[in-house]
Design a protein around this ligand. Structure first.
Ligand SMILES: Cc1cc2nc3c(=O)[nH]c(=O)nc-3n(C[C@H](O)[C@H](O)[C@H](O)COP(=O)(O)OP(=O)(O)OC[C@H]3O[C@@H](n4cnc5c(N)ncnc54)[C@H](O)[C@@H]3O)c2cc1C
Length: 289
């Protein structure tokens, strides 16, 4: 158990951790890879860089800085997040992480809506959270759109409730081990079907699948996916944040590219600092005894 769980060890997560660690808090910093910085060839427009620095080098420096200040750094992919009444519990592929506050800093999902009508049918058969919505599909035919560990996690939630669960990979290769009870269909998809309510999907080969529900689980869980699971409020598709980057769930924050603002290191670091400081204040104010 730690004071703060930070999901994502890019600029936003590391920046938040520096404040929390220096105030004496126990921090677990969970990340799955080097995020956007891996793709940033050279960073030139960040304060203090005498010479341009490769994104991957900036990432390594940040991670080492958090480790030097005492962060517990874990390489893991988080697939679920909830508040158990006392603690936030982040479930990863390798373990469970508990903390009294949680900062989501998972970077920009950069997930395109791969199919026409997906946005229009959200809440009308298209869902982004199995644990939130599985109940509505008791005994019904549902599919999960995805191919990896996060899609597997969503399938497992649905198998307990739905009549049938199909994995639609939309042409992608499967990268996790799915139970035999999940039917896997790798054919590329063309579109979703249904007017005002999802009715199914049509493949590129023009054949159709009837569906009552489609759960989108592309790539890994984003901050928005995790915020939904933890019960945070959304407005116009965006998670509601106050000026300290706290969601409507007390003690749950989001910072960096995942908040949908300007996608720059300086902004991510700034938001991480604000969220980190606010998490410290939140923990001091809510400390038991
Ligand atoms: C090609 C390219 C060039 C760029 N050039 C510049 C530039 O010149 N200047 C500039 O200022 N910015 C640049 N950027 C943007 C900059 O890289 C980002 O704004 C910055 O990295 C955002 O930091 P972040 O911490 O919010 O997210 P990220 O750096 O993306 O970090 C996200 C972290 O979350 C982790 N994560 C995500 N999901 C999960 C999960 N489910 N479980 C566990 N961990 C998870 C990832 O592994 C990663 O550690 C560039 C970006 C790209 C892609």
């Amino acid at each position: 158990m730690s004071d703060v769980i930070i999901i994502g060890y890019g600029p936003a997560g590391v920046s938040a951790s520096l404040y929390a660690l220096r105030s004496g808090l126990d921090v677990v910093l969970v990340g799955k890879d080097s995020g956007a910085l891996e793709k940033a060839h050279m960073i030139e427009n960040y304060y203090g860089l005498e010479k341009p620095l490769a994104g991957s080098d900036l990432f390594a420096v940040g991670k080492a800085q958090a480790a030097r200040l005492g962060a517990q750094i874990v390489d893991d992919e988080v697939t679920d997040l909830y508040f158990d009444g006392k603690m936030f519990v982040a479930t990863g592929l390798k373990g469970e992480y508990r903390g009294r506050a949680c900062i989501m800093a998972t970077g920009s999902a950069r997930k395109k809506q791969p199919l026409p009508k997906m946005a229009e049918l959200e809440g009308h058969g298209v869902s982004y959270c199995a644990i939130c919505d599985a109940f509505f599909y008791r005994g019904k035919d549902v599919a999960v759109l995805g191919a990896g560990e996060y899609a597997l996690h969503e399938c497992k939630e649905l198998l307990n409730v739905a009549g049938s669960v199909t994995l639609l990979t939309n042409g992608a290769e499967v990268t996790a081990e799915f139970p035999e009870t999940v039917k896997i269909d790798k054919r590329p998809l063309k579109a979703l079907l249904g007017e005002g309510q999802l009715a199914g999907a049509v493949f590129m080969d023009e054949s159709e699948i009837k569906l009552d529900g489609l759960f989108v689980a592309l790539g890994s869980a984003s901050a928005m996916d995790l915020a939904r699971k933890a019960g945070a409020a959304f407005e116009n598709g965006n998670v509601v944040l106050d000026r300290n980057f706290m969601t409507t769930v007390p003690g749950l924050f989001a910072a960096g590219d995942c908040t949908g603002g300007t996608l720059q290191v300086a902004v991510a670091v700034g938001e991480g600092a604000i969220a980190g400081l606010a998490a410290i204040k939140y923990l001091r104010e809510t400390r038991e005894g």
